[in-house]
Each structure stands twice: as C-alpha cells, then as structure tokens.
Design a binder for this molecule. Structure first.
Ligand code: N01
Length: 553
C-alpha cells in the first residue's frame, strides 16, 4: 500500500481494542497492512474492560466464548469455570494481546472524535480526542454493540450525596457494600448477575424494577476436577451434556463446525420438535431437563420457541411457575413474573436470582405503574416515599448497537453524516458497510446477527470477510468499495421482513431501541440466523462483491 512515506497515514485504522479490534489487528497485520488501533480505555478488553460489576460473567459457555482462529490458543488456554468471570475473560484478552504481540500497534486512552471521508484522496481523515490527525485508506469500527451506557435522565440525580455507580462503567477497585443501604435501578442481565452478590454484602438492598425479566439458572460449575473433593467438574459441560473439556479439545474443530451450522452460532443440540406436536408430559420433561442443564440452551427446548406465540407461551408459563415456586412472598413473586413473551428481551442466566428475594434484607420496589419520581440527596423517591441509600447503582443498560457509532462524527461522501443517514434508524448492507461511506466497515454492526449469536463467532466471521475484501481490493489496485443504495435498501427490507413477526420483536427492548427516549424503533440485529447470513456474505464476495461499487476513487 502507499503508506510508507507518511507516518500518520495507515492502510487501516481500527476503532476499539475489544475482541473485535484485536482479532482485526492480528489479521490485517499478518496480511501486511499498516494498521493502527485507537482505544479509549487504558487497556484492551472492550466490554470486559468496563463491565466489572459484582457477578459479571459471560452467559455463553467459556469453551465457546473464545477465539477459534488459533488452535494453539484453543489448546493452551484453560478456562476454570463453565461460565468465565469478567476477571478471567480479561486475563484471556490480555493473554491474546501479548501472545500475538498486539499492544505496540494500539494507542490507548484515545477516542476517535471525527472520521471524515476525503473523496479526492479516497481516504479517511481521522481526528482523535487528543487533537491528533491521522489518515487511513480504510476505517474499521470495532466499537462493540453494548459499549455506550444509558443513564436515564432522573430528576435530581446530580444531587445524590451517596456513591453513584453504573454497572457498565464500574470502578476498578473493589467496592465493599457491607453495612450499606444500597439501591439498584433495573432488572436486566447486569442487575440479575449482581443482585445476589450485592444482597449478600449489603445491610439492605432495594431493587427498583420497572419490568420483570425472564431468567434461567446458569448451573455454573468448575471445569477442572477438584482432586480433594473428587468434584467431577470437567464432566458436565453444558451445551453438549456429555462432553468433557478434554473431549472438546480433542475435536475443537467439530465443536466450531456445529456452532457455524447453528442459528445462534452456538454448538448445542436444540430439540427439533414443535411444542405443539408434543404432549404436555413430553413438554414438561423437556423443560425440566433443560432447566436442570442450565443456561441459554433453554431456548432450544422446542423448535418454535422463537417463532410461535402459542409455543412460546408454554415456555413462559413454565418459567412463571418456577418463579412462583421459588419466591415465598406471593406479592413479591407476582411482581417478578413477566407477562410478555419469553426471549423477546434477551434471556438472562442467573445464579440464585429469584432465591435472593427470600432474604429479609432485600426489598423489591415495583415501579411499573408509577415511575421513580426523582433522586434526592438522600436516595430514591418512589411510590410516595423516600428510600434513603448510601449507594445507588444504575443497572440501566446501554444505547445499544448504534450509540457508540453515533457519538463519533462520521461523515461520508458529500459530507453526509451518519447521524443524518440513521435518523430513522440504522441502515446498512449486511451490518458491514454503508452506502455513502466508502471504505468504512462496521464489525457486528446493526443489520448483522451479532448480539443474537455467540459474539466471538460473529466477530471472527466479520473480520475474515473484511480482510478477504481489502486483500481483494489491494490485489486489483481498487481504491474504493461502497455498497449501492439499492443493495442496502434490499438488505434493510429483508431484515425488517424476517423481524416483523419474530418473538424477539414482540416487546420493548434494547434490540428495538425501546430503552432510549427518542430512539427510532427499529429491530436492529439480523434475525434470519447465522448460517443464512454467512452464506449470503460468502456469495456476495464470490460474485466479486455483488451489491457494491468498486471504483478508482
Ligand atoms: O441492560 P438492560 P443490562 N426506570 O437494558 C431498566 C448484555 N449483558 O445492562 O425493561 C426504571 O437489559 C430497564 O427496565 P425496562 C446482554 O446482552 C450480557 O442489564 O426498560 N428502570 C431494565 O430492567 C444484555 O441484554 C451479559 O422497563 C429503568 C434495565 O434498566 C445487555 O448486556 C451480562 C429505567 C436495563 O436492562 C444489557 O443488559 C450482562 C428507568 N428510567 C449484560 N431505564 C453476559 O453475561 C431503564 N431501566 C454476556
């Protein structure tokens, strides 16, 4: 490429040093592209750098939530638990950064503020928060799907005199809630993971719940046998019940292949029968089996869990009954029971969540009918009274999928701003590229399966596709690639069609921007399944990048 003469020109600039940015850097550098990564945090890890709240761990099994690109890495890394904790995942990401010698091409503590496409030179002009100016032939946004936190605009929040936290921007030092009155707003996945642990520490925990969430037991366990207790940790692995770590490692490719063939890029065996074809006894047997097995495999209880409301209701009812059986106070149990479809908000995976509400030091404050009125200097004012608190935790989620991209002032051809292009919601070709924004790529962007899949598999598929693409352009001396508006519109229409009757689209959630005031209501991830999507991407590339204009610049 033409970069050797100008030290501030790169073939590729990558924004973000999480799982996506690191693998992108590794692949591009190996392919001979001069590459620079900008990362706003002081170290690698992306979402796992920021989300350090008590109980933070991945709800996808660690043997699957790991890179597949290096078989040596797969073999040498030893996960200690079925679901890895945030510190363990961060250790893994750091190990990857060191093992593949990635750090020296990453600039930390640096935000990309603007990225403007210069049509004359076919290059992206980038300005960082430190006032640096860099140019690049290609710009890759590896900014993550859940990386901009959402703090609702509660009246008086600035007057709160206690300690204020957000689960998505947790301090690096350990927080001790012993002896404290703690409030937590929100009951999504982050809250569901942290509430049981905070409740064990705090003097009293108040949970402010607007909408109850469905959650299933994780059944976490060690992956390594304990010689003292003879705990057979490695045996009960989860997704494929009978496999041990050793068996998976003996045929890791096989596990990955099964993941590639599955709807959510996760290797597990779903039940192929429709709920409507099963007898009540068969359904209950299958429910109990998966409830005991634990984790997201619950969604594979029958084939029409996500497509038939009638089938979905069987599963919803089963979980509702479990909540009522677990929570002793019937008023609290009733408030915890969701009435909407199960799985339309991302299913959470917990350890002792419902049991926590049987503790005398935990109070559920139901704010579903009358919202939190304000935050005072002493605590939260809701239900006509003040709840005095020493600490208040916002577990209020993220401006998902578009928030971080829209924070950057991205300007494409003719000064078109991404903020203008997406004013009615995100539009892209494959969640990878944008009409009007040549040589710009988004990893797991809106319009791709991303958050509906095992993110690691989706990230690797996107990175590999992008590297193949830029190599193709380099080999042919092609200066620009950009999707046509027609191809983009067709993809957006297809996305909307597959999402229209889908269970995932049947309630308000961050998938549809429902958690952010004023955000356009669009189902953002592609819900047509990972294998269909991969096939589509492959065919487009095989046809010389069908739907794209490849030009001289
Ligand atoms: O955020 P959420 P999260 N007043 O948006 C409530 C991933 N994740 O951080 O439902 C009162 O799910 C809001 O209420 P409602 C995972 O993909 C993964 O928990 O909008 N409440 C809701 O209860 C997950 O889906 C892991 O009515 C208000 C909560 O805040 C995603 O991150 C672990 C409110 C927000 O829940 C986001 O999860 C954790 C208000 N004004 C997270 N505004 C893994 O294990 C919002 N809420 C990989």
């Amino acid at each position: 490429m033409d970069s050797s003469t100008n030290s501030s020109h790169y073939d590729v600039v990558i924004v973000g040093a999480g799982f996506a940015g690191l693998y992108m850097l590794h692949r591009l550098r190996s392919a001979g592209f001069k590459t620079r990564v900008f990362e706003q945090a002081s170290d690698v890890g992306g979402t796992w750098y920021w989300n350090r709240y008590p109980g933070a761990r991945c709800d996808v099994e660690s043997m699957q939530y790991a890179y597949s690109f290096s078989s040596e890495l797969e073999q040498e890394w030893e996960w200690t638990e079925r679901y890895a904790t945030q510190p363990e995942i961060l250790r893994y990401v750091n190990h990857v950064a060191d093992r593949f010698d990635l750090r020296h091409d990453i600039q930390f503590n640096t935000c990309v503020a603007t990225a403007i496409f210069n049509e004359t030179g076919s290059r992206w002009m980038i300005e960082t928060s430190n006032g640096e100016h860099i140019s690049a032939t290609y710009c890759v946004m590896a900014t993550g799907c859940l990386s901009s936190t959402n703090t609702p605009n509660f009246e008086g929040v600035e007057s709160f005199s206690g300690s204020l936290y957000h689960t998505g921007e947790w301090p690096h030092q350990e927080i001790d809630f012993s002896g404290q009155r703690v409030g937590i707003i929100g009951t999504g996945s982050s809250a569901i993971q942290s509430i049981p642990l905070i409740a064990e520490q705090a003097k009293h925990l108040y949970v402010f719940q607007r909408t109850p969430h469905y959650t299933v037991p994780a059944r976490n366990q060690p992956l390594q046998s304990d010689p003292k207790t003879q705990h057979p940790g490695r045996k009960a692995y989860g997704y494929d019940e009978d496999m041990t770590v050793e068996e998976i490692k003996a045929d890791y490719l096989g596990l990955r292949q099964r993941a590639l063939e599955s709807f959510a890029a996760l290797a597990f065996t779903p039940n192929r029968q429709s709920a409507l074809e099963m007898t009540e006894m068969e359904r209950q047997r299958e429910f109990e089996k998966r409830w005991e097995q634990g984790g997201l495999t619950f969604q594979g209880v029958f084939s029409d869990f996500s497509i038939s409301r009638e089938a979905n209701e069987f599963a919803a009812e089963f979980v509702r009954r479990k909540i009522q059986q677990t929570v002793k106070d019937s008023v609290v149990a009733k408030a915890l029971v969701p009435t909407y479809t199960i799985g339309c908000k991302r299913l959470a995976v917990d350890t002792g969540y419902y049991e926590t509400y049987n503790r005398p030091n935990v109070t559920l404050v139901d704010v579903s009918k009358s919202p939190i009125e304000r935050i005072t200097s002493a605590g939260v004012y809701a239900q006509g009274r003040e709840y005095p608190l020493n600490s208040l935790i916002m577990a209020t989620g993220f401006d998902a999928m578009t928030g971080t991209l829209l924070k950057i002032d991205i300007q494409g051809r003719g000064g078109l701003r991404l903020r203008e292009k997406w004013v009615e919601g995100p539009k892209s070709y494959l969640g990878l590229c944008l009409a009007g924004f040549p040589n710009l790529f988004t990893i797991t962007g809106p319009g791709s399966p991303s958050v509906l899949t095992n993110m690691l598999m989706s990230i690797e598929q996107h990175v590999d596709w992008i590297v193949d693409c830029v190599e193709y352009l380099r080999d042919r001396n092609i200066a620009e690639i950009e999707p046509t508006l027609e191809a983009e519109n067709e993809w957006v229409t297809h996305n909307n069609e597959v999402a229209s009757d889908h269970i995932r689209n049947s309630c308000s959630s961050w998938y549809v921007g429902g958690n952010i005031e004023g955000k356009p209501r669009v189902f953002m991830p592609y819900v047509g399944g990972f294998p269909n999507y991969v096939e589509k991407c492959r065919n487009i590339a095989a046809k010389g990048y069908e739907g794209f204009v490849l030009g001289e610049g």
